[in-house]
Design a protein around this ligand. Structure first.
Ligand code: ARG
Length: 457
C-alpha cells in the first residue's frame, strides 16, 4: 500500500512500480532519514503541534527502527517505494496512531532534499579525510626525496633537471586545492531545507531555525521552492570529484610511465600490482590504470546531473530522483580511488640511480650552460646559439655536455673556463634554482614548512 493510495482506484502496474521506486538505492539514506524525522518531531512538539507524549513515542519508535535496521532485525523491504515510505510504514506498524502524525508539516520533497544534504555533508568530510591522508603520504615522500634528481619534462621531452620532491610537490598543490574546493562546497550547501514542504512551505507554525540547529546546519533555507529543487551542490561536488579524479589520473599516467621497462624510475609494490595469465614476466600497474579509467565514470556523473537538471521547471520533479545513483557511484569511485592510490604511493619505491642517470642524459643542463655564458657577459640569444652548436656536436659523438673537453668547449666559445663543469653539474643545476617555487632543496625546505602548517590546520 502506497503512502498516497487514497486518491487512486487501481493498483500500479508492476513495471511502473519498479521504474518509479528508488528503495534499491535510496536505502542508503536510512540513517539520515531517521535523524531528520527525529529533529522534525522534536520541533513539532516544541511548537505544540505534537504533544510531548507523541514525540516520545515517535522518537523511541524511530530509534528502535534505526537499531533494528543496523543489527539486521529489520530488513529493508525491497517492495517499499522509497526509504521515506519504508521508515514511516515501519513506524506506524510499530507504534500505531502516533506514527501517523510524523509526516505533519512535511513532504517527501523537503525530506529527500534534507536526507541528501545530510548524506553529502558526511561524504564531503570522508573525501576530505582521504585527501588529507594522501597529502600526508605525499609530504613524507617529498621530505625524503629533496635530492632525488630526475629530469623534468615538457612535451614529454627531457627539459631541465628537477627533484622527485619538486615533481611530487606539484601534486601536493593540486590536492590542496581539491580540499579547499570541498570546503567551499560544504559551506555553501550547509542550509536546512526541512520545512519547505512540497514547495510552498506550510501553514503549521514550524520553527525551521530550530530544526536547522538540531541538524547542525548553519541556518534554514530562505526560499521553499529553491529548497526542494536545488541540486547545485551535487553538481559542484561532482565537479570537484571530477577534478580530484583528473589529478589522480594524471598522476597515475606518470606512475604507469615511470614504472614501465623503458623508464624504471619507480617500482610498484607487489601488493599494488597484478600479473598476466599468459606472460610470466609481467607485473602490471593495474591499480593506477583503474584509477585512470574510472575517471570517466565521475565525469559522466557530472554531465548526467547537469543534463538532468537543465530542463526541469520549478519546483520538485521526479527527474531529480536520478541524482542519487549518479552521485553515489561518483562518491564511491572517488573515495575508492583516493584510498587505493594513497596505498600504492606509500609503498612505491624510487630507483634513485636510474632517475639521476636519466637526468644526466638528454642535455637537461643545456640551459645552465647558456646561463654560464650569460653570467660571463654573453647576450642570452648568442649563448643559446653557442650551446645549441655544442649540443649538435655532442649528439654526433654520442656524448653529453659534461663529457666535452675544455678545448672542445673553447673551440666554440673562448668564454668557457674550467669552472664550466661545476656550473653544469646536476647538483649545481638543481641547487641553484632557489627562487620561490623552484626545485632547489633550500627553498623547498621552506615550502615544506608551509605544507606542514597547512596539514595541521
Ligand atoms: N524518491 C524520491 C526522490 O528521490 C523522493 C521524493 C518523492 N517525492 C515525490 N513527490 N514523489 O526524489
Amino acid at each position: 500500500m502506497k503512502l498516497w493510495g487514497g486518491r487512486f482506484t487501481k493498483e500500479e502496474n508492476a513495471l511502473v512500480n519498479q521504474f518509479n521506486a528508488s528503495i534499491s538505492f535510496d536505502q542508503r539514506f536510512y540513517r539520515q532519514d531517521i535523524r531528520g524525522s527525529i529533529a522534525h518531531v522534536s520541533m513539532l512538539a516544541k511548537q505544540g503541534i505534537l504533544t510531548d507524549g507523541e514525540k516520545e513515542q515517535i522518537i523511541s519508535g524511530l530509534e528502535g527502527i534505526l537499531s533494528d535496521v543496523e543489527n539486521g532485525a529489520l530488513p529493508i523491504d525491497p517492495d517499499a517505494e522509497d526509504i521515506h515510505s519504508f521508515v514511516e510504514a515501519a513506524l506506524i506498524s510499530r507504534i500505531g496512531g502516533a506514527g501517523k502524525k510524523l509526516h505533519t508539516g512535511r513532504s517527501r520533497n523537503d525530506q529527500v532534499a534534507l536526507d541528501m544534504k545530510l548524506y553529502i555533508r558526511d561524504e564531503i568530510d570522508a573525501l576530505d579525510t582521504l585527501l588529507k591522508e594522501l597529502l600526508q603520504t605525499l609530504l613524507t615522500l617529498i621530505e625524503d626525496n629533496l635530492e632525488t634528481y630526475m629530469p623534468g619534462f615538457t612535451h614529454l621531452q627531457k627539459a631541465q633537471p628537477v627533484t622527485a620532491a619538486h615533481h611530487l610537490g606539484a601534486y601536493f598543490e593540486m590536492f590542496l586545492r581539491d580540499r579547499s574546493r570541498l570546503s567551499d562546497i560544504r559551506k555553501r550547501m550547509n542550509t536546512c531545507p526541512l520545512g519547505a514542504g512540497a514547495l510552498a512551505g506550510t501553514t503549521y507554525p514550524l520553527d525551521r531555525e530550530y530544526t536547522a540547529s538540531l541538524l547542525e546546519f548553519d541556518c534554514a533555507t530562505r526560499n521553499s521552492m529553491d529548497s526542494v529543487s536545488d541540486r547545485d551542490y551535487l553538481i559542484e561536488l561532482c565537479s570537484a570529484m571530477a577534478t580530484i579524479m583528473m589529478h589522480l589520473s594524471r598522476f597515475s599516467e606518470e606512475i604507469i610511465l615511470w614504472n614501465s621497462n623503458e623508464y624504471q624510475f619507480v617500482e610498484l609494490d607487489d601488493a599494488y600490482s597484478t600479473g598476466s595469465s599468459i606472460m610470466p614476466q609481467k607485473k602490471n600497474p593495474d591499480i593506477a590504470e583503474l584509477v585512470r579509467g574510472k575517471t570517466g565514470r565521475v565525469y559522466g556523473a557530472l554531465i548526467s546531473i547537469l543534463t538532468t537538471m537543465k530542463g526541469i521547471p520549478l519546483a520538485y520533479n521526479k527527474d531529480m530522483q536520478e541524482d542519487k545513483e549518479l552521485i553515489f557511484d561518483a562518491i564511491d569511485t572517488a573515495k575508492g580511488s583516493l584510498a587505493l592510490f594513497t596505498g600504492m604511493l606509500a609503498t612505491m619505491k624510487f630507483n634513485r640511480g636510474i632517475m639521476k642517470k636519466s637526468a644526466m642524459n638528454g642535455f637537461t643542463n643545456a640551459t645552465d650552460a647558456a646561463d654560464y655564458l650569460v653570467n660571463h657577459g654573453v647576450p642570452f640569444r648568442d649563448a643559446h646559439g653557442i650551446v645549441g652548436r655544442l649540443v649538435l656536436y655532442c649528439l654526433d659523438k654520442g656524448i653529453s655536455l659534461d663529457d666535452l673537453s675544455l678545448e672542445e668547449y673553447r673551440a666554440v666559445s673562448p668564454v668557457f673556463e674550467n669552472d664550466i663543469y661545476e656550473a653544469i653539474s646536476l647538483k649545481t643545476c638543481v641547487e641553484k634554482r632557489i627562487t620561490l617555487g623552484a626545485p632547489g632543496p633550500s627553498v623547498m625546505k621552506k615550502v615544506i614548512e608551509e605544507y606542514r602548517r597547512l596539514l595541521k590546520a
